[in-house]
Design a protein around this ligand. Structure first.
Ligand code: IYR
Length: 291
């Protein structure tokens, strides 16, 4: 009875509801499409590019990468022992004194060093923190003299051009007191050369690509730890950056295009007649700001 009397109102109400619902769905879809379009239009940028470090991370689109870590990664209790304050002060002083003796060395002895030591220092470098725990580093250790000679040839050839042309007058004048030039005996004298490659990305076991966040910073942190491990082990090193040699050395060593040469470190004992520039380090007041 009731429905028969007022059916027009029911039908009108239903029509109004239907139309409102359709308008709502239409507006919602339009908004989502606009957002999608906006996302597509923004060039895909890796975190390193966003942080304005360098633009040579990858040309792939975001969809080519898969998560670096499992979404259900387990969290476990930290293994930590708190030190008494005086012990903490004593240790920090002791470590400072030890590290303050580290010097960059350019003349090496060819005396052999056990590979075990090199393996331990690289394992130590491997403890460095890295972006999303991607561990974006490869340490290529060269012991073979033939390979050292090839590396030296590539580097000396490029460095001669660097010193004579690319580096310019200000740079070469700044370097003169350090007595460096393009002749690099250490490349064949030192028992080991460690070439540090940063990995911009890698492939997982299932061949999916994994993006390496902050690979530049991660490798720099790892090399800092590597340098302290070299020093603690009683060896010396030189943090060299062979300019313009990266691609040639990468292909010589058969490293993939996802990697870029960051540093080359000869490692060994100093030559008996080793000289170092008489340089002083900045005092704490100059390097620390306390707020
Ligand atoms: N890479 C060159 C030049 C060089 C550049 C700087 I900056 C140094 O502190 C030292 C050297 C070379 O190894 O000779």
């Amino acid at each position: 009875m009731f429905f028969e009397l007022y059916w027009q109102y029911f039908v009108t109400g239903l029509i109004l509801y239907g139309v409102t619902r359709m308008i709502y769905i239409y507006m919602d879809r339009k908004q989502k499409n606009q957002l999608g379009e906006q996302k597509k239009n923004e060039d895909f940028k890796t975190p390193d590019q966003l942080a304005e470090i360098d633009g040579e991370v990858s040309e792939d689109s975001e969809n080519d990468f898969t998560p670096a870590l499992p979404h259900d990664l387990k969290h476990i209790p930290l293994c930590y022992t708190k030190l008494p304050t005086d012990e903490m002060i004593r240790r920090s002083e002791e470590y400072y004194k030890l590290m303050n003796q580290r010097r960059t060395v350019r003349t090496f002895s060819s005396e052999p060093v056990p590979i075990e030591v090199i393996k331990n220092i690289i394992k130590t470098a491997g403890t460095a923190p890295s972006g999303a725990h991607t561990e974006p580093w490869t340490y290529v250790v060269i012991k073979c003299m033939e390979m050292k000679k090839k590396i030296r040839n590539i580097i000396e050839e490029e460095e001669e051009i660097n010193y004579k042309k690319r580096m310019g007058k200000v740079w070469t004048t700044d370097l003169r007191p350090l007595r460096t030039n393009w002749v690099k005996e250490y490349l064949t004298e030192a028992p080991y050369l460690i070439l540090v490659f940063k990995q911009m990305y890698s492939y997982k076991e299932n061949s999916e690509k994994k993006l390496h966040y902050y690979n530049e910073q991660s490798v720099s942190l790892a090399v800092g730890i590597l340098l302290s491990a070299i020093h603690y082990a009683g060896l010396v090193s030189l943090t060299s950056t062979p300019l313009n040699c990266g691609p040639a050395l990468r292909s010589l060593l058969g490293r993939p295009s996802s990697e870029k040469l960051t540093l080359l470190l000869p490692v060994g004992y100093p030559a008996p007649d080793c000289l170092i520039p008489d340089l002083q380090r900045k005092p704490l007041e100059e390097i620390m700001v306390e707020i």
